[in-house]
Ligand binder design. Structure first.
Ligand code: ATP
Length: 536
C-alpha cells in the first residue's frame, strides 16, 4: 500500500486533517475529523476496557503470575517542575540536532539519510528528508542538479554504497544538506531538549517556568501514595492513564507517527521485586496479544526485545512492539509501544532525588556546594505488605503505548483494495478499510433500497433502534452500490438494507464489508445481530 493513498483517504473521508489547515497548517500537529475522532476514541476505549475497567481482579489470567488489580488516574499536563528534574527529563530528555547555515533549517541528526555520489573526481554525500520510497529518485535529482548534469549525462554519476544515516558520517565537509545547494552547511550536532516550556501565572522569568508533560507516566508515580492510601489496592496492581503528551520533536514527520502533540496510554504496574521478572514477561506478551486481537495479526507486527546495550541502567528488560509502517524503508519497523522493566528507579527518584546513570543508584547526586542536586519529594513512597509486614519499594513494569501510533497502524493495516461488482454487476476496484468492528467509527449503515413504498420509514426505525447502542449511519441517497462503497471506504463493517421483501416478510439484508456476504435476517434481530458481530 502506498502511503499517499491512505493520506488522501484520511483527508477525503474525514479521518485526519492538518491542524490549522486554512492558515497553512502547523508542522507536527494533526486534527482528527468526524470519522477519525470515533476511531481514536474506540482505540482508547478498547484499551481502557481491556486493561482497566473490564479487568477481572479476582482471577489469575492466563500467563499472569497471580491475580492483580487495575485502577486509573487522570493527571494534569503541567506539573511541578521538580517532577521533571527528578524523572531525569530536565537533564536527559534530548535529541541531537544539526542546523543548516544556508537554509536555516533544523534536522534531527539521526533522521537525515543520504548516499555517496561520485562524479568527475568529486564525492558528495547527498541527503534528503523524503519518505523511503522516494529517496532514490530524490537523491538522484539532487545529485544531478548539484553536479549540473542533464539526463543524457547520467552515466557520469555513480553511487558508492547504499543509504546511510548522517550519524554514520564523521566529517560534514562533503555533505549536501537536505535543502541546500552548497556543501558543508551543517553545524556539528547539538543537544536539544524536547520539553515544551511555558510560564505559569503572572510570574515572569524562570520562577514561573514549567513544562508540558512529555509523558503521562510521571503523574502516576507522584500519585502512587495517594492511590494506595485512598483505594484498597494491594501490590501487585496497576495504575493506568490516557492523556495528551507533548514533545518538541525536531523533525515531526510520517503523518501522525511523530507529532508534537499526541496521546499516550500508559500503565505503571507495581509489584514485589522478586516477582518483577515474571510480570515483565506477562505484560510484554499481553500487550502484543492486544494488538493482534484487534487486527494487527500479520507479520507487519513484531515484538523486539532490546539488546543488553540498549537497556537503561535501571532496566533488566525492555521490549518494543513495532509495526512495519508503509512509510518506513523496507525491513524497518516503527515503535507502537515500549514495555519496560523499570525496577524501583522512578519511585526512588521521587523519594530521594534524581539518580544519575554514572552514579551509584543509591546515592543522591550532589551539586558544587555539596547539596543534593535534585532533591526528591522526601516523601516515603515505599509500600508495606499487610500480610508479611515487609516494607519495600515496589518494582515497576511500564507498558507505554501511543494512541495516535496505534490508530495509524490500525488504519494502515485496514487499508485494502479489492474488486467488487458495481450496480450493473461490473467488477470495479473497491477501497476498503477492514477495521476490526470494535474499532470501526460507524458500526452499521442503514439504507432503504428506494425512497418509496414505506421503505425509508422502516429503515429509520431500525436506525433509531441501533443508534441507542452504536454509532450508526442512515443514507437514502443514490444507487445502493454507491452507498455500500462509501461505507466500505469509511470502514463500516455492516450495512442493512430495507427492500421490497421487507414489506412482506419483515426481513432485511445484512451485508458484511469483508466477505461481501449478504444474509437475510428478521428486523427484530438486527440489534442483537449487530451487537454479537461487533463484539466478536
Ligand atoms: P521514538 O523513539 O519513536 O521517539 P520513544 O521511544 O521516545 O519513541 P516513548 O518515550 O517510549 O517513545 O513513548 C511511548 C510511546 O508514546 C511510543 O511507543 C509512541 O507510541 C508514543 N510516542 C512517543 N513519541 C511520540 C510522538 N512524537 N508522536 C506520536 N507518538 C509518540
Amino acid at each position: 500500500m502506498e502511503m499517499e493513498k491512505l493520506v488522501a483517504l484520511c483527508k477525503r473521508r474525514g479521518y485526519l486533517f492538518q491542524s490549522s489547515e486554512i492558515y497553512g497548517g502547523l508542522n507536527g500537529f494533526w486534527d482528527y475529523g468526524p470519522l477519525g475522532v470515533e476511531l481514536k476514541r474506540n482505540v482508547k476505549e478498547a484499551w481502557w476496557r481491556d486493561m482497566v475497567s473490564g479487568h477481572d481482579d479476582l482471577s489469575v489470567l492466563p500467563g499472569a503470575p497471580a491475580a492483580y488489580e487495575m485502577t486509573g488516574l487522570d493527571c494534569t499536563i503541567i506539573m511541578h517542575p521538580q517532577v521533571w528534574k527528578c524523572s531525569g527529563h530536565y537533564d536527559l530528555f534530548h535529541d541531537y540536532m544539526v542546523d543548516c547555515r544556508q537554509t536555516r533549517k533544523r534536522y534531527r541528526h539521526d533522521q537525515v539519510r543520504g548516499r555517496w555520489a561520485q562524479c568527475k573526481e568529486q564525492r558528495v554525500f547527498v541527503t534528503t528528508m523524503v519518505e523511503a520510497s522516494l529517496e532514490e529518485e530524490e537523491s538522484q535529482r539532487r545529485a544531478m542538479k548539484f553536479f549540473k548534469l542533464r539526463n543524457k549525462d547520467l552515466d557520469a554519476l555513480s553511487w558508492d554504497g547504499g543509504f546511510q544515516v548522517l550519524t554514520e558520517i564523521d566529517d560534514f565537509s562533503q555533505v549536501l544538506a537536505p535543502d541546500a545547494t552548497e556543501l558543508d552547511t551543517l553545524t556539528e550536532p547539538r543537544e536539544f531538549n524536547l520539553m515544551f516550556k511555558t510560564y505559569v501565572g503572572a510570574l515572569s522569568g524562570e520562577e514561573g517556568a514549567a513544562f508540558l508533560r512529555p509523558e503521562t507516566a510521571q503523574g502516576i508515580f507522584v500519585n502512587f501514595k495517594n492511590v494506595v492510601d485512598s483505594s484498597r489496592v494491594k501490590v501487585p496492581f496497576g495504575i493506568a492513564q490516557i492523556g495528551k503528551s507533548f514533545r518538541n520533536e525536531i523533525t515531526p514527520r510520517n503523518f501522525t507517527f511523530r507529532s508534537r502533540e499526541f496521546e499516550q496510554m500508559e500503565i505503571e504496574f507495581f509489584c514485589h521485586p522478586n516477582a518483577s521478572a515474571d510480570w515483565y514477561t506477562y505484560w510484554r506478551d499481553r500487550r502484543m496479544q492486544w494488538y493482534q486481537a484487534l487486527g494487527l495479526a500479520g507479520e507487519r507486527l513484531q515484538l523486539r526485545e532490546h539488546d543488553a546495550d540498549e537497556l537503561s541502567h535501571y532496566s533488566t528488560g525492555t521490549a518494543d512492539i513495532e509495526y512495519a509502517f508503509p512509510f518506513l524503508p523496507s525491513g524497518e519497523y516503527g515503535e507502537l509501544e515500549g514495555i519496560a522493566h523499570r525496577g524501583d528507579f522512578d519511585l526512588r527518584s521521587h523519594m530521594e532525588g534524581k539518580l544519575d546513570e554514572s552514579s551509584d543508584p543509591l546515592t543522591v547526586q550532589l551539586d558544587e556546594h555539596g547539596k543534593p542536586k535534585y532533591r526528591g519529594s522526601g516523601k516515603d513512597l515505599t509500600y508495606r505488605d499487610e500480610v508479611s509486614n515487609e516494607r519495600f519499594t515496589p518494582h515497576v513494569i511500564e507498558p507505554s503505548a501511543g494512541a495516535d501510533r496505534a490508530t495509524l497502524a490500525f488504519l494502515c493495516e485496514a487499508y485494502t483494495e479489492d474488486a467488487a461488482p458495481d450496480d450493473k454487476g461490473k467488477m470495479q476496484t473497491r477501497t476498503v478499510l477492514s477495521l476490526h468492528p470494535r474499532l470501526a467509527p460507524i458500526k452499521a449503515a442503514v439504507f432503504p433500497l428506494v425512497k418509496k413504498d414505506g421503505m425509508p420509514e422502516i429503515a429509520k426505525d431500525i436506525y433509531r433502534a441501533l443508534k441507542k447502542k452504536f454509532n450508526v449511519f442512515y443514507d437514502e441517497k443514490g444507487a445502493v452500490g454507491r452507498r455500500y462503497r462509501r461505507q466500505d471506504e469509511a470502514g463500516t463493517p455492516f450495512c442493512i438494507t430495507v427492500d421490497g421483501d421487507t414489506l412482506t416478510d419483515q426481513t432485511v439484508t445484512l451485508r458484511d464489508r469483508d466477505t461481501l456476504e449478504q444474509t437475510r435476517i428478521k428486523i427484530d434481530e438486527v440489534v442483537s445481530q449487530i451487537e454479537q458481530r461487533v463484539q466478536a
